[in-house]
Ligand binder design. Structure first.
Ligand code: LLP
Length: 389
């Protein structure tokens, strides 16, 4: 994926920084279009994965909508070119100010997660003389079989309205004048690589759709969320997730009525593989059993390994030396600041450049100011003259 032109350019930039391959993003979007949008599905891009304006503009131009979880994300989506009627507002804890902002903009839909939220939304919409379009987020109690921190569709998780409260929520929706139920929403978790959890979700979504419509509700939006995973181990072997398989499952097994449209909220699968965190080796030092390579990126730039024990493929861009076994660690003063343990890489020396791959999603957005480290500007492939076509 990386060429000499990349290395020359990277050597002139202050490291660490995020790099985005816009050509790969374009190719990925083509697949989303081919297997998703062109089948009539709506895909709302989950801004929480990455909210760079340059990326948002491409996603909007490609025909995606936006899935936002805060007032800040709603404003960023607008800045990125999305129109309010393309924006869904999700989140288990929407503040009154955020609700007011979303109502003032007339967004497409609020994904409501609790009975109390329904009454608050109704009250605020009432004061503004508006009717809020909503989808009820239902917790389908489906195991996403992913890391426990990013599983969201089990009844023990904080997300969505559980089945015991659903009847009450539906009655309330009838009674509240400033709420209009337009759909149902699910999201079972993230980085889901098997299709089985999605198959279970489809079964529950079909049952609930049938059940709720039978009670006289008119659901036009069936939103099955996001969660489709990417290949972290071998990003070059699978730079684009198999969208044919993913969308194909829903196409073949969702029982939609004529007035219904299928919506998705994809984040990681769209932008994950196009981003890399570019870092330089500061020092190497021998440990008891293997060497440490201390790089200039830390958990402040990429939190996923420390928080979820996530593995990111490391690509050494500047060394042809025989391989050695390293622990790749950052400069932050705690032992959780470790990117990889016992990884075999080409021999490393001070100044070598490493690309931490598959960091386009939940990488840059999760950076922190811990230790007041510098935040360097990101680089886009379109900025590298030798790559410009
Ligand atoms: N919709 C809802 C309601 C969500 O909560 C999420 C992600 C998405 C859509 C997009 O999911 P995706 O297609 O990206 O899997 N920071 C974690 C991931 C957290 C995901 C949170 N929700 C990580 O680095 O793995």
């Amino acid at each position: 994926m990386f060429t000499e032109a990349h290395v020359d350019f990277f050597n002139q930039q202050p490291t660490p920084f995020y790099y985005y391959d816009m050509d790969l993003l374009n190719l990925t979007l083509r697949q989303v279009k081919k297997w998703g949008l062109s089948k009539g599905f709506h895909v709302h891009y989950a801004l929480k994965a990455n909210n760079h304006i340059q990326l948002l503009q491409r996603l909007q131009e490609a025909g995606l909508g936006a899935d936002c979880v805060s007032g800040g994300e709603i404003e960023r989506a607008i800045e990125g070119g999305f129109s309010p009627d393309q924006i869904a507002f999700a989140g288990v804890g929407k503040s009154d100010q955020e609700i007011e902002l979303a109502l003032s903009l007339n967004i497409f839909c609020f994904n409501v997660e609790s009975i109390e939220e329904l009454t608050v939304l109704n009250e605020i919409a009432g004061k503004k003389g508006q009717v809020a379009p909503i989808a009820l987020r239902i917790n389908p109690d489906v195991d996403a079989k992913t890391h426990r921190y990013i599983t969201t569709g089990l009844s023990e998780n904080k997300f969505g309205i559980n089945e015991e409260s659903l009847a009450e929520a539906l009655t309330l929706v009838h009674e509240l004048d400033h709420i209009q139920l337009i759909g149902i929403h699910f999201h079972i978790g993230s980085q889901i690589n098997q299709l089985e959890p999605f198959q279970k979700l489809v079964r529950r979504a079909n049952e609930l759709n049938q059940h709720i419509e039978a009670q006289g509700h008119h659901l036009t939006v069936i939103n099955v969320g996001g969660g489709f995973g990417i290949n972290y181990e071998a990003p070059d072997a699978e730079p684009i997730p198999d969208f044919e398989r993913f969308f194909g499952l829903f196409e073949s097994s969702m029982n939609l009525k004529n007035h219904q449209q299928l919506h998705f909220e994809l984040g990681r699968s769209v932008v994950g593989q196009c981003g890399s965190l570019i870092t330089k080796v500061l020092y190497t030092k021998p440990g008891r059993t293997r060497k440490f390579a201390i790089v200039d990126a830390g958990m402040t730039e990429l939190l996923r390994p420390a928080l979820y024990q996530a593995t990111h493929h490391m690509e050494v861009l500047t060394s042809d030396l025989p391989p050695e076994t390293y622990d790749i660690v950052g400069p932050i003063c705690e032992s959780s600041d470790t990117f990889r343990k016992s990884v075999e890489l080409s021999g490393l020396q001070r100044g070598d450049i490493i690309a931490m791959r598959s960091t386009g999603a939940y990488g840059e957005v999760m950076t922190s100011r811990y230790n007041l480290r510098p935040q360097n500007p990101s680089v886009f492939s379109s900025q590298i003259p030798a790559l410009a076509t």
